[in-house]
Design a protein around this ligand. Structure first.
Ligand SMILES: [Zn+2]
Length: 86
């Protein structure tokens, strides 16, 4: 059974002082983070850019997305895109 996911556009993500960017085209702003609500594990999150290059990013553990999701759900639920929910 697939777990439900949400997609959220995020501001530039920093890791060790470096912006996390698409490994294909280098886009580092307005990346879309795939969130698995309630998954607070250290597993890598999936990210994709405007050109739909999708990759698994170990510097962004899923717990970050799950935490962001809880805040957004409370304060700005309209910013969560459920169209890609599976
Ligand atoms: Zn890209």
């Amino acid at each position: 059974m697939a777990s439900m996911t949400a997609e959220l556009q995020v501001p530039p993500l920093l890791s060790g002082g470096q912006v996390i960017a698409c490994p294909v085209c280098g886009q580092g702003d307005n990346l879309t983070l795939v969130i698995v609500p309630g998954d607070f594990s250290e597993d890598p999150s999936d990210l994709f850019c405007d050109d739909m290059h999708r990759w698994s990013e170990p510097r962004v553990p899923r717990r970050i997305g799950a935490g962001v999701y809880e805040i957004r759900e409370r304060e700005a639920p309209e910013t969560i895109d459920w169209s890609g929910a599976s």
